[in-house]
Structure formats: C-alpha cells, structure tokens
Design a binder for this molecule. Structure first.
Ligand SMILES: [Fe+2]
Ligand SMILES: [Fe+2]
Length: 187
C-alpha cells in the first residue's frame, strides 16, 4: 500500500500538498470514518478498511487549491466546482499511487460515473450522508441507517437529489452523471 494511502487510512493524515481548510479536513475524516465503518459491517479485511478510510480522508484534499493549480492538474474540461476531484486523483497518481479503484473513486466523487466500483459508489454516499453536513439531517440519518446494505436504493436517492439540484439551478450536467443515473434506472 502506498504510504500516502496508508497514512490517510490509519492516522487520517493528509499529504503536505493538500489544500483544504480545517473544516474541510474534518469533513474528510468523517467521510473516511463512515466508509471504514461500512467496510467493517460488510466484513472486509483490514487492508480494505484502510483503503476505504483513505478514500474518504483524501477525497477533498485539493478542494481549496487555487484555480491555476486545479487547471494544471485536471485540464480545463471540468467545471470549477468539481475540478478538485480529478486534480486530486492526478496528484495522487503523480505521487505514485497506483490503486485505480481508489483513484477513480476520488476522480468522480462529485459527479458519479457508471463504471465506478463499490468503493466509488460508497464514497459518493458517504460524502453526501456524513453526519456533519448541514441541512435535512433527519433524512440523511434515515438514509445512513439503510447502509451499507441498501447501496443501490440509497445511491438512487442521492444521485437523484444531486441531479435535481443542478437542474433547479439550470446548471449543466456532465455526461458521466447522466450515464450513472441511466445505469441505476436500468438495473
Ligand atoms: Fe468534493
Ligand atoms: Fe466532500
């Protein structure tokens, strides 16, 4: 296991190049703790629990990076509010992290992708449902109570909420987000 992943997954440590506020770090730790808990309930071995926690701790590591840094890492095809995700995946890859499942989970966490594996799907869920998020906390806790068992059902609710929000604000949808929705509907 790469040392960045190991440190994030065991001690909730972010690499030096992380650019995020204290409250964002705390959000990452809560997401990681939720993922580790689900991995435990699902009976996954220790190494998996560490990987899952690392995905949560690291997912927003570049959320507060300047635009220029995000563009350099992620290119200019990603909308600004979600560019921190591919930027973080690219940076981790440049640092030598070769865990494709973890990299893709981080790359697509704000938008979704139809080819995500279970770690990618659970990261979307944990990011949306972690207990520190403001607003509709009762609904979030009810959805959390259904996990990790009801992954497809809860993911459908969460992806629906996200798409609804973007449509209500008349924002563009990324094709991979729509493809994930279509896959969920075709299941
Ligand atoms: Fe994010
Ligand atoms: Fe997040």
């Amino acid at each position: 296991m790469h040392p960045i992943v190991e440190r994030a997954g065991t001690r909730a440590k972010l690499p030096k190049w992380a650019r995020c506020s204290d409250s964002r770090r705390a959000h990452g730790v809560r997401v990681g703790d939720l993922l580790a808990d689900w991995a435990r309930v699902l009976g996954r071995p220790k190494a998996e629990r560490i990987r899952w926690r690392a995905a949560g701790v690291l997912h927003d590591a570049l959320k507060d990076a300047p635009n220029s840094e995000l563009r350099k890492l992620a290119g200019d095809t990603w909308p600004r509010p979600v560019a921190h995700a591919p930027a973080c995946a690219e940076r981790l890859s440049a640092e030598g992290v070769k865990d494709a499942s973890l990299l893709e989970a981080i790359r697509y966490h704000p938008v979704g992708h139809p080819d995500l594996d279970e770690l990618g799907e659970y990261l979307i869920l944990a990011d949306y449902l972690e207990p520190g998020r403001k607003g509709s906390s009762r609904e979030r806790s009810e959805l959390r109570d259904l996990l990790p068992d009801e992954r497809d059902a809860v993911l459908t609710v969460v992806v629906h909420r996200r798409l609804e929000r973007l449509l209500a604000r008349r924002r563009p949808l990324m094709a991979c987000s729509v493809d994930l929705w279509n896959r969920l509907m075709g299941r």
